[in-house]
Design a protein around this ligand. Structure first.
Ligand code: 0X9
Ligand code: ZN
Length: 336
């Protein structure tokens, strides 16, 4: 079972409620906050900070940052981030010695839904059932409709003229190698990079956390392929100098969740992805987890319960699941 006890996919309102509720019920441990930029459709993006002394934010503790749902249809990404928040709160307040020790030596920032506009459309879609990429349920990008031709620009994100999905891909909009291979200049492409680096509120929000806080390690959650990915995202870029240690942590986490650890260019080239910016901007390590074997949002028991706990028999669910992988990340982040 999951730390929250949930058995079905959350809606956007579940996330917004739970983030605030976790903070309200645990005022000494959890702070809820709103990121600086509202989305194109005016939604707030919410985050949580979990630390044993939340009032003293200038204490220099290392920061572990976990985020989900850059991509609208990748529902398990938000679930794994939210369950990790529950894990830390429940473990800390319930007296789990390992979690108490780790939480006491770190700050943990969690943004479960980076792209609430896209997620709302995907999660609340009336599925056509064909799972084609033109089905609203399979929306990927954000709701920036400004770059599509004016005859289509009704201001409605889910109006997908001629089956073309509008919006910018938030995972091609960061400044790291922006303008390079593996991203599109076309508004109708699945990998549209946007009009410039950080042109989108969603990426500006993540930039503000990474730039203003001391993010030592981050995990950005996606689905699917059972992968633990690290930089570089594009084959033309050399691996960083600390590649052996960076790889060792990826390999260790992959040994927990049963995924494959590899540099992300080995999947395919991308530029403008989250950690290709954050790593070279700050030196903090970043990983993309591609959760689950073969679907963007499989049945909850497989895509969330099995992949998180590692217990139920889903293909690719390792013995400790993502729970164990996240604990490794936190152990690596914590001061000794
Ligand atoms: O393409 C993406 O943004 C990620 N895959 S997804 O199916 N969730 O859209 C993968 C990004 C990892 N980076 C590289 N493959 N270079
Ligand atoms: Zn994704």
């Amino acid at each position: 079972t999951l730390p929250s006890g949930r058995t079905s996919y959350r809606h956007l309102y579940d996330y917004q409620f739970e983030v605030k509720e976790l903070a309200r019920k645990n005022p000494k441990l959890v702070t809820a906050f709103t990121l600086p930029q509202p989305t194109w459709e005016g939604r707030d993006v919410l985050g949580l900070e979990i630390a044993s002394d939340v009032k003293n934010i200038a204490d220099g503790k290392p920061v572990n940052f976990t985020m989900g749902v850059h991509h609208a249809r990748e529902w398990p990404a938000g679930e794994h981030a939210m369950e990790w928040a529950h894990e830390l709160v429940k473990g800390y307040t319930g007296g789990n010695a390992e979690i108490r020790g780790l939480v006491g030596r770190t700050r943990n920032i969690i943004v479960p839904i980076v792209n609430p506009d896209g997620f709302e459309i995907s999660r609340e879609a009336e599925p056509k059932g064909d799972f084609s990429r033109f089905d609203y349920e399979m929306k990927r990008k954000n709701c920036n409709v400004n770059d599509s031709p004016k005859e289509f620009a009704t201001g409605v994100c889910k109006a997908n003229p001629a089956g073309r999905e509008r919006g910018t891909d938030p995972n091609r909009n960061y400044a790291g190698f922006w303008g390079g291979a593996g991203a599109s200049t076309l508004w109708r492409s699945d990998t549209f990079r946007g009009s410039g680096p950080f042109s989108e509120p969603e990426t500006q929000n993540i930039r503000s956390i990474v730039s203003n806080r001391q993010v030592t390690n981050l995990i950005t959650l996606h689905t699917y392929s059972n992968l633990v990915l690290r930089v570089p995202g594009v084959a033309a870029v050399r691996p960083p100098l600390d590649e052996p240690a960076y790889k060792a942590l990826g390999d260790k986490m992959a040994s927990r969740n049963g995924y494959t650890s590899q540099p992300s260019w080995a999947l395919y080239d991308t530029t403008g992805s989250t950690e290709d910016w954050s790593y070279w901007a700050t030196g903090g390590w970043g990983f993309t987890f591609e959760v689950g074997p073969n679907e963007f949002h499989p049945p909850f028991a497989e895509g969330v319960v099995a992949e998180y706990t590692g217990v139920a028999p889903a293909a690719g669910a390792g013995k400790g699941g993502n729970r164990a992988a996240f604990i490794d990340m936190l152990a690596n982040t914590a001061d000794p």
